[in-house]
Design a protein around this ligand. Structure first.
Ligand code: HEM
Length: 212
C-alpha cells in the first residue's frame, strides 16, 4: 500500500507570520541602510535619524498597546516589552540634526498607519510582531554598530534589546501570540498588517539612506 503524504498549511499564527514575511524580510536585509551597518560605513547622522524616527513610531505603537482595553492585547503585550526608554536613552547620547523632509514624510506615514490600527487589536499585534521579531535581527547588527561607532552599550541599547534574553523573550512572545490569535479572520488581519509594517520599515530606511 502506497503512503499518502498530505501537506497542510500551518495554522498557528506565528508559523503563518514566519512564512508570509520571508520575502519582505529579505528586502529589509538587503536595504542599503542595513547593508551599510554590516559594511561598517553607516554615517552616525543616519543612525541617530533612525533612532529619532523610531522614537515617534514606538511612541505611537506602545501607547496603543498600553491603552488598549482589548483582552487579546492584555494577553500578549507586557509593559516590560517597552523599548521607548532604550530609544530615549540612546538618543540622549547624541546630538540630533533636523531630519530631511524625505525622512519626516516616511516617519509621519508610519505613525499615521500605527494610529489608524490602534483600536484594531489583531492588526496592532501584526505590527508588534514585526518590531518584536526585529530584536533578533538587531542583535546581529549590534556588534557592527558597536565597532563602527566605538560604543559598548550606551548609545546602542535599543539594538541590544533584551540582550542574552532575546531568544527566551521571543519564545514567550510566540507562545502568547499562538494562544491568543487562533481565529482565521483575526490571523488574516494580523498577517496583512505585518506585511504592510515591513513595507513601511523598508521605505523609512530607504528614505534615511537617500537623505544623506
Ligand atoms: C540586516 C538586517 C537583518 C538581519 C541580519 C536580520 C536577521 C534576523 C535573524 C537572524 C532572525 C532570526 C531567525 C530565526 O532564527 O528564527 C530574524 C528574525 C526576524 N526579523 Fe530580522 N534581520 C534583519 C532586519 C530586520 C528588520 C529591519 C526587521 C523589522 C523591523 C526584522 C524583523 C524580523 C522578524 C519579524 C523576525 C521573526 C521572523 C519569524 O517569524 O520567525 N529583521 N532576523
Amino acid at each position: 500500500m502506497s503512503e499518502l503524504t498530505i501537506y497542510t498549511q500551518p495554522s498557528d499564527i506565528m508559523s503563518r507570520l514566519h512564512f508570509s514575511i520571508q520575502s519582505l524580510h529579505k528586502n529589509v536585509e538587503r536595504n542599503p541602510y542595513n547593508q551599510a551597518i554590516l559594511a561598517h560605513n553607516l554615517p552616525m547622522g543616519l543612525y541617530v535619524g533612525q533612532l529619532a524616527a523610531y522614537l515617534c513610531i514606538y511612541r505611537s505603537l506602545e501607547n496603543a498597546c498600553n491603552n488598549s482595553e482589548h483582552p487579546v492585547l492584555a494577553r500578549v503585550w507586557q509593559a516590560d516589552m517597552a523599548k521607548l526608554p532604550l530609544l530615549q536613552a540612546d538618543l540622549d547620547c547624541f546630538t540630533l540634526e533636523m531630519p530631511r523632509s524625505l525622512v519626516q514624510t516616511a516617519t509621519i506615514a508610519f505613525v499615521h498607519y500605527i494610529d489608524a490600527i490602534a483600536n484594531h487589536p489583531y492588526q496592532l499585534l501584526g505590527a508588534l510582531y514585526v518590531f518584536e521579531g526585529s530584536t533578533l535581527g538587531m542583535r546581529e547588527l549590534l556588534p557592527h554598530l558597536q565597532n563602527t561607532f566605538s560604543l559598548e552599550y550606551q548609545g546602542v541599547s535599543f539594538y541590544a534589546g533584551y540582550g542574552e534574553m532575546n531568544r527566551v523573550r521571543w519564545d514567550g512572545f510566540k507562545r502568547r501570540m499562538n494562544l491568543s490569535i487562533t481565529d482565521e479572520i483575526a490571523q488574516e488581519a494580523c498577517i496583512a498588517t505585518a506585511q504592510q509594517t515591513f513595507n513601511l520599515i523598508d521605505n523609512l530606511l530607504l528614505a534615511l539612506w537617500h537623505s544623506q
